[in-house]
Design a protein around this ligand. Structure first.
Ligand code: GUN
Length: 279
């Protein structure tokens, strides 16, 4: 049976043991602004959690909520005001945005020095050269979790399923920089099973409930499931068949309680970094 990569426990340790004490030593509280446009239920839950944890680690926190019909100009103005606000160190615009909005233009308008999501092209460009100031929170959280369990990565065959800007792409870069040989699979990949069967480290971020069967997992693999899906009966599950994969993997993340809390912990980590740099 696989050992659990317990993101809930590790995130608590990082938040309470590292971020909170470091924040309390600063002259000014780190400030995090989270912007939510519309009322996507999953986004509301994620944004709520980010605010809750920001409060627990002693940050100044503002949530800006706007209706779904908000215009591009209004949202650009919100970002501009936050860029100029000296009490704000980190700006996060929750994705996905409503379809009529141009997310790229919004993300590009965030001050790269306050881009605690690591989505600005200045930050992704630096990440591609292995010298990022802010790394996207989910892939950074995955790396911290692997580090926390002292899982060696150098020379390993890693397979990332998904090529999003939020997870798959930066994840592949970080694994490559840690010495893995990385394959990125996506919707056009032929014979996904053959790639999964080779993976010593498997990261799945596709957003399809239990899409990867346990029988595909290479014995002894490390399985990181970024998915968060709802089954028809309302219960939550990841992108991997957890029960089946647990019988073959050496390590596996639970869903929920794996990657999710680590994403939030890395948001706090990035906001603290920004606050330190700005004070
Ligand atoms: N939507 C899903 N994950 C994320 C994230 O890490 N940051 C933002 N801004 N939106 C998201």
């Amino acid at each position: 049976m696989a050992q659990l990569l317990d993101g809930r426990a590790l995130s608590r340790k990082l938040n309470q043991g590292c971020v909170k004490p470091a924040a309390s030593e600063l002259a000014r509280k780190p400030g995090l602004a989270v912007v939510l446009v519309g009322s996507d239920p999953a986004s509301e839950v994620y944004v709520g959690r980010k605010g809750l944890v920001a409060g627990r680690v002693g940050f100044h926190h503002v949530q800006i909520t706007r209706p779904v019909e908000t215009s591009q100009e209004e949202l650009m103005q919100i970002v501009k005001d936050l860029n100029e606000d000296p009490a704000i160190d980190g700006i996060l615009v929750q994705m996905p945005l409503p379809k009529h909005l141009d997310a790229t233009q919004i993300l590009d308008s965030i001050d790269p020095g306050k881009d605690v999501d690591g989505f600005h092209p200045a930050n992704t460009g630096q990440l591609s050269q292995g010298r990022a100031k802010f790394v996207a929170c989910t892939p950074l959280g995955v790396m911290k979790m692997l580090e926390g369990s002292e899982i060696p990565l150098s020379g390993k065959e890693a397979v990332v399923i998904g090529r999003s800007n939020i997870v798959g792409r930066p994840m592949a870069m970080l694994l490559e920089q840690a010495g893995c040989t990385v394959t990125v699979c996506h919707s056009r990949t032929k014979n996904l099973q053959a790639h999964v069967e080779r993976a010593e480290v498997l990261v799945v971020a596709i957003g399809r409930a239990e899409h990867v069967p346990g029988a595909w997992i290479r014995p002894g693999a490390v399985v990181v499931d970024v998915g968060m899906n709802r089954r028809e009966d309302g219960t939550l599950c990841g992108d991997v068949d957890f029960e089946g994969a647990s019988e073959r993997a050496a390590w596996i993340t639970p869903v929920p309680g794996g990657v999710g809390p680590m994403t939030i912990a890395m948001l706090m980590h990035n906001t603290l970094l920004s606050a330190k740099a700005r004070q």
